[in-house]
Design a protein around this ligand. Structure first.
Ligand code: MG
Length: 453
């Protein structure tokens, strides 16, 4: 088997250490051989974006592909371009999402705009290992700059939400682009929806001091302050490549991803009067509570957005997403989309009023998250042990072991790539969630101490 290059979100590494122009060139040839024909490429705002994009483009052309360079745009915008252009056989996004600026990454997009299937990535890995030979001079590819992909992406979103309702609500939003790929599309979307926007961190130069681009409460302190002082209806923050969005309420409170997921799920199911919602087993029970209340059904998957998207296609789901702010609206496309998420949340506010009231209406759950070191060779025996002691309980083995309690759950999950074991628990009050986490932490620790293998 070829060496694994692709992680859960493409190939990632530190620039000029493990993410080099040599790797970009060789991988570009492998990707080009896999897709063939016309391949779209784009990057986020990282300073190394041009270098890696040039290297990958050279590789694509060396094996005869026509490269369509879409410039600096969000990941979902290139996905939308690939999906809506039949002559384009695939796409490559140069991004490391929310990772620090020294990182960059290469992510492949299938012809239908979805993230590439693992078996296809394996094919590319094999081609990378073989090192694809270059074409003769008369067959090398060309490169064209394609303008307007960002604008058509924004226009499509405007057409997919109740834009009249949003426009007439005269909303005020504070927008934080994390100096990332949404610096152009996000302000444009808000202006087209007649939302008065106060925009921060919208410098696409990549090296500007902003804040780390993972949209956590801590990193969004400035956005929270401004949302409060401006008396805005909402604060909106994207991660570096703008496939995810998190929100601040009109009261200046940070909204955790599981809450926006639940609110959007409830809106989708209520609108249709039923339907399926797909989410990983790690999502809060509040999602299932509100979906069932609105007459819908939840389907659980393993953790990871490509799995969620695939399941949505297979089950004809009306909505899906993860608790990290990555939401998927199938009326637009089967991938996480930050701008679509923002537009849908604006629609929610335009129709229902205060976001804080919406959040307060959700059932309350408390989460406890723990991480333990666990040697890879003990993983399997540990999981068997945990299954054994929970044999009489209601469980779900979709990803790790989820033990379902009347008031919540515990999720016991070894990492596939690191020597880490995760224990997540949820309950209706903080004390029970913590107790549940501590209970399983003790069991795991005891097992790891006493068993040699
Ligand atoms: Mg991202």
């Amino acid at each position: 088997m070829a060496k694994r290059l692709f992680g859960t979100n493409g190939v990632r590494g530190i620039i000029n250490e493990d993410m080099t122009s040599e790797l970009g060139l060789r991988l570009g040839k492998a990707i080009g051989e896999f897709f063939g024909g016309s391949v779209a490429i784009a990057s986020d705002t990282r300073v190394s974006g041009d270098m890696i994009k040039s290297a990958v483009s050279a590789g694509l052309m060396a094996v005869g592909c026509r490269v369509l360079d879409l410039g600096t745009i969000p990941t979902p915008a290139i996905q939308y371009f690939v999906k809506t252009h039949d002559h384009v056989s695939g796409g490559v996004m140069i991004t490391a999402s929310h990772n620090p600026p020294e990182f960059n990454g290469i992510k492949c997009i299938a012809a239908d705009g979805t993230e590439l299937h693992r078996s296809d990535e394996e094919q590319i890995e094999r081609k990378y290992e073989e090192d694809v030979p270059c074409k003769p001079w008369s067959e090398v590819g060309t490169r064209d700059e394609v303008l307007g992909a960002a604008d058509s992406y924004v226009d499509a979103i405007v057409s997919l939400v109740d834009s009249e309702k949003i426009r007439s609500a005269n909303l005020v939003a504070v927008l934080d682009c994390a100096n990332g790929a949404s610096y152009y599309t996000a302000p444009l979307l808000l202006s087209k929806l007649n939302v008065r926007a106060i925009t921060i961190n919208a410098n696409p130069q990549g090296e500007f001091p902003g804040h780390p681009s993972e949209p956590t409460e801590e990193n969004l302190a400035t956005l929270i302050e401004i949302t409060k002082y401006a008396n805005a209806n909402i604060g909106i923050a994207h991660d570096g490549d703008a496939d995810r969005t998190v929100f601040i309420t009109d009261q200046g409170k940070f909204v955790s991803g599981d809450k926006s997921l639940a609110l959007m799920a409830e809106m989708a199911v209520s609108k249709k009067g039923g339907g399926k919602v797909v989410t990983p087993v790690s999502s809060s029970s509040m999602v299932e509570d509100v979906v069932v209340r609105a007459g819908g059904e939840v389907i659980y998957t393993a953790v990871g957005s490509p799995v969620v998207a695939r399941k949505m296609i297979d089950t004809d789901a009306i909505f899906g997403g993860e608790e990290n702010g990555g939401l998927i609206f199938p009326e637009q496309q089967y991938c996480r989309d930050g701008a679509m998420t923002a537009a849908k949340m604006l629609e929610y506010i335009a129709k229902n009023g205060s976001l804080q009231d919406g959040i307060d209406s959700l059932p309350a759950y408390f989460t406890d998250k723990r991480k333990l070191e666990c040697p890879a060779e003990k993983r399997e025996a540990l999981m068997e042990h945990l299954k054994g002691i929970n044999a009489s309980r209601r469980t779900d083995s979709t990803d790790g072991l989820k033990i379902i309690y009347p008031d919540g759950w515990a999720l016991l999950r070894p990492s596939g790539t690191e020597q880490i074991f995760r224990i997540y628990s949820e309950a209706k009050d903080a004390e029970t969630a913590e107790k549940r986490g501590a209970y399983y932490e003790d069991i795991v620790k005891d097992f790891l101490k006493t068993r040699k293998t």
